[in-house]
Ligand binder design. Structure first.
Ligand SMILES: [Zn+2]
Length: 567
């Protein structure tokens, strides 16, 4: 799953949690701290902004080159930023300011956000340093990892190609197992990292790192769990039905029985995406397609051009480079870049639409007048939501035709595409269940049998069969557990946001109906809607306030259910 760099855990919820013992901000007797608040914010921006820019650049360089010296620089800049944010005297000062009375709402919001940013770093500097070093060691192992199969050494894309195409169960199994070796390579370091993260969380008074991470982003574990339980009920039967159809097709393709299907028979290493079992070959139209050009025309057409982003980006495979995809906002003044590894497939069409979705929801379009602290996306789930909202179009023949992509049988392609979209939502929602519940348990008790826990969850939620006799740390082959911990729920909540926002654009922006099947191409009203209803707010509102502002309702599963309910 493509990523986004900024982990912007923030909001006012935690503030009320922590302030109950002290003076509430609404307390009439509270001291007015506005003047010091203003001073604190100014000092913060003067000191932290250059460090954040430096860190962003070092992070970018390390991922592009994969070189030791670039990773060393990345680690050094991260340490410098973390040390500055973990200054105890500054944190105590901020805490007093935050407990006081601040009349101005924008200033109040900035202080609340800064409080969470500093709280996150308010752990022992030596411990922070160890966490950063550990995470970097593991990330580097992932970046240089190639799956060894016999004499061959396969890149991420090579693995994906074999899993997409091979009809040979033994070959598939070899490649799948080869791709999981990175899990065994990093297993011990990952367990160490989990313990360090938990040590940091308990030091701040939280039961474990997972609970802390959710609090830092205005979410409560119990609330998210409740929503996930509801989504489990909502998706269980449609998922079983969709998977039954997929399994029948796969078994036929490989000449085996459905009973014999194992995890390597699906088309990606985790079954997080639908296998390409549809009547139309979704990759066929892209053989000669210029993915960059299509993205450029699409985003320009909806009034959100991304020409400058593409110029600054690094978009094709090369040795040492991160095999993944992400977007990063370097300076909150428009220096926005995408790292990708484009090959002419539907996957990369959709991934580029996704990453550029992050790019338009950045300081490119968030008003420069907003103060630095609130000049970003409201929440991870809202930027993931916007990115996922745009990626949908790569599966629609009419949409592709509008950009000159030749599709042999449009009706067949769109029908397959629609089914794939529906399956994608279902399959992804079940995969997100595994990730959320696994990480929650991982941090609750890292000493438990994690190999077993992983496969128990995979069997329960994804309905996959665990390979007989396999006892390997397959969970550790998922890079997100290292580099984006306690993060995956944002994708599923983001999917809810994507469906809800898409429905609002179709209804309120374009005055049309049938959001599940609606597309748009050269339609500047879409960009205007996004600017007015989403980008203009930056981080002034929290995620749920923004959802209500943009769509008229708080975040819920209604629009999501409409989308996978089919036509
Ligand atoms: Zn993303």
């Amino acid at each position: 799953m493509p990523g986004f760099r900024f982990l912007v855990g923030a909001g006012s919820y935690l503030m009320f949690m922590l302030s109950t013992a002290a003076l509430s901000p609404q307390d009439a007797a509270a001291q007015d701290t506005s003047a010091d608040a203003k001073k604190f914010v100014d000092e913060h921006v003067a000191k932290i902004r250059p460090l954040e820019i430096e860190t962003g650049k070092a992070w970018w360089n390390a991922n592009v080159s994969g070189k030791d010296e670039d990773f060393a620089k990345k680690e050094a800049t991260e340490n410098k930023l973390n040390e500055t944010l973990s200054d105890t005297a500054q944190f105590e000062r901020l805490k007093k300011i935050q407990e006081g009375k601040i009349g101005d709402a924008v200033l109040r919001r900035q202080i609340d956000l800064l409080y969470l940013q500093y709280l996150d770093k308010h752990v022992d500097p030596a411990l922070l340093k160890r966490m950063t070093a550990k995470a970097n060691t593991i990330e580097k192992a992932f970046n240089v990892f190639r799956a060894k199969v016999g004499e061959k050494s396969l890149s991420d894309s090579d693995v994906r190609q074999v899993l997409m195409k091979s009809k040979d169960s033994a070959e598939r199994r070899g490649v799948w197992e080869g791709s999981k070796q990175v899990g065994a390579d990093v297993e011990n370091d990952l367990r160490d990292l989990v313990r360090l993260r938990n040590e940091a969380a308990t030091g701040l008074g939280y039961p474990d790192y997972h609970v802390l991470q959710l609090h830092l982003s205005e979410l409560k574990q119990a609330e998210v769990l409740k929503l996930f339980d509801e989504l489990d009920v909502l998706t269980r039967e449609p998922f079983a039905k969709a998977k039954g159809e997929i399994d029948a097709k796969l078994a036929k393709d490989y000449g085996i029985s459905v009973d014999e299907l194992r995890p390597w028979h699906y088309h990606d290493p985790f079954f997080q995406e639908p296998p390409a079992v549809y009547d139309a070959d979704l990759n066929a139209p892209f053989v000669d397609a210029d993915i960059q050009r299509i993205c450029r025309e699409f985003y320009a057409g909806i009034g959100l051009p991304i020409e400058d982003v593409l110029k600054r980006s690094d978009l094709y495979e090369k040795p040492g480079k991160s095999p993944h995809a992400f977007c990063t906002d370097i300076d909150r003044e428009g220096d926005v870049r995408v790292l990708a590894n484009i090959v002419p497939t539907e996957y990369w069409m959709s991934t580029m639409l996704h990453e550029l979705g992050h790019a338009v929801y950045s300081s490119k379009n968030i008003p420069r007048e907003l103060p630095y602290v609130v000049r970003g996306e409201a929440h991870i789930l809202t930027t993931e939501g916007v990115a996922m909202m745009f990626e949908r179009f790569s599966k629609d023949a009419d949409w592709l035709a509008a950009y000159g992509v030749k599709v042999a049988d449009k009706a067949k392609y769109s029908e397959s595409g629609a089914r794939m979209r529906r399956d994608r939502l279902l399959i992804f929602s079940r995969w997100a269940q595994v990730m959320f519940r696994f990480e929650k348990e991982l941090y609750r008790d890292p000493s438990q049998d994690l190999n077993k826990l992983w496969w128990d969850l995979v069997e329960k939620y994804q309905l996959l069969k665990r390979p007989e006799g396999r006892n390997a740390p397959d969970y550790a082959s998922k890079i997100h557990i290292v580099s984006a911990p306690a993060y995956y729920h944002n994708y599923l909540l983001g999917q809810l946001f994507a469906c809800q926002l898409h429905a609002a654009i179709i209804r309120d922006g374009l005055h049309k109906s049938d959001p599940a099947n609606a597309i748009y191409t050269r339609e500047p009203r879409v960009g205007q809607f996004m600017k007015d209803k989403v980008f203009s707010q930056g981080r002034l509102k929290n995620w749920n306030e923004l959802t209500k502002f943009a769509t008229g309702e708080e975040l819920n599963a209604k629009a999501f259910a409409v989308e996978f309910g089919g036509k």
